[in-house]
Ligand binder design. Structure first.
Ligand code: TRP
Length: 352
């Protein structure tokens, strides 16, 4: 094996990938695969914590795999695998849970958030412990959701990853991973796990806005452009994007909805094009129809080639099988080694 640092990141298998995923993660995965020992996986077990739907799950895993590949993640450079193909993860998840406190899990922001959703209650600033304990079996918060951070920590630690490129919303999970790693190392007096850090891409972090005038692009916001959107659909979405009534006087500050469209343009269009529309806003000659047409055109230049490759790949069962089998073998090799060490350290030994 080589001496490159190990980079690992996962994406939950829920729905298709959008432009936010592309600029926030996928395009960087593609760049990193040349310089690091990269492992990218589809977190299907994590998806079960919120959406246990057998048919949808398998379709989602396949789609996201095809999207990774279509966007340029190369199975000969990076290890691409499906989380559930590495059963060592599930075993180590049980073992690591013995060193994780339910209190620290219950205090995790993402847990509180998703637990509220599962219970169907609003965030009124109140603690939710009582509701969690007091609910009947129809309205329950599943234990898998609580232990989501343990599973994520195991994904990372079992591969002894050094760098984990994730968005801000995953920082807390990464912080827990470091804490669990330190705790395990010090409890058993070993130096088994490196403490993983987020990957700093340099430059300012990209926040990809949605088309609805405010906030970032997100699956649950309904404001997304998907990488595999059909041309017509994509154009229609962009043409319907929220704008404003137009600048009333020269050099007005740019409103949020229009600023968002310009941000999308900065990601996809030539700098001169963006400047041209900024100038047009400043001298009040801007026409949003033109802006949107240009934006749709430039987004399509990015997404259409991905969509085409995606359509080729997504139904190529043999190719997909080959990729994930090769990925699983590589991922399992490391995982099995770490799991054996963990078992030994914890005193689980065989008699035969
Ligand atoms: N929790 C991550 C998310 O929702 C997905 C994930 C699971 C992950 N395991 C991981 C990310 C390990 C990085 C490393 O996006």
């Amino acid at each position: 094996m080589n001496e490159k640092e190990i980079v690992l990141s996962g994406i939950r298998a829920t729905g298709n990938l959008h432009l936010g995923n592309y600029y926030g993660a996928l395009s960087k995965f593609v760049k990193m695969q040349n310089d690091y020992d990269c492992m990218y996986f589809i977190a299907d077990l994590h998806a079960l914590t919120t959406t246990p739907d057998p048919e949808a799950l398998h379709v989602n895993v396949r789609n996201i795999l095809a999207e990774y590949l279509a966007a340029g993640v190369d199975p000969d450079k990076a290890t691409i695998f499906v989380q559930s193909d590495v059963p060592e993860i599930s075993e180590m998840y049980l073992l690591l849970n013995m060193h994780v406190g339910i209190g620290e899990l219950m205090r995790t922001a993402s847990f509180k958030d998703k637990a509220r959703k599962q219970l169907g209650i609003k965030d009124d600033g109140q603690d939710i412990e009582k509701q969690i304990i007091g609910t009947d079996s129809n309205k329950r918060v599943n234990a898998g959701l609580l232990t989501y951070p343990t599973l994520m920590a195991v994904d990372i630690l079992i591969q002894k990853a050094h760098k984990v490129p994730v968005g801000k919303d995953q920082e807390q999970h990464l912080e827990l991973t470091r804490r669990f790693a330190r705790r395990f190392n010090s409890f058993y007096g070993v130096d088994l796990f490196p403490e993983p850090v987020n990957f700093d891409f340099g430059g300012k972090p990209v926040k990809v806005p949605g088309l609805d005038g405010s906030g970032k692009m997100g699956k649950s916001e309904g404001n997304c452009i998907y990488l595999v959107d059909e041309e017509k659909v994509l154009r229609k979405k962009v043409m319907r994007a929220v704008t404003d009534e137009g600048p009333k006087e020269p050099n007005s500050p740019i409103s949020e909805p229009v600023a968002n469209l310009l941000t999308l343009m900065e990601l996809t269009s030539a700098p001169e094009t963006v400047q041209q529309f900024r100038d047009a806003y400043a001298d009040c000659s801007i026409r949003y129809g033109d802006l949107k047409k240009q934006l749709a055109e430039d987004i399509l230049k990015v997404t259409l080639p991905i969509r085409e490759r995606y359509l080729d790949i997504v139904n190529d069962d043999a190719y997909i099988a080959r990729v994930v089998k090769q990925g699983a073998e590589r991922a399992r090799e490391r995982a099995a080694k770490t799991l054996a060490e963990v078992r030994e350290i914890m005193g689980i030994r065989k008699f035969y």
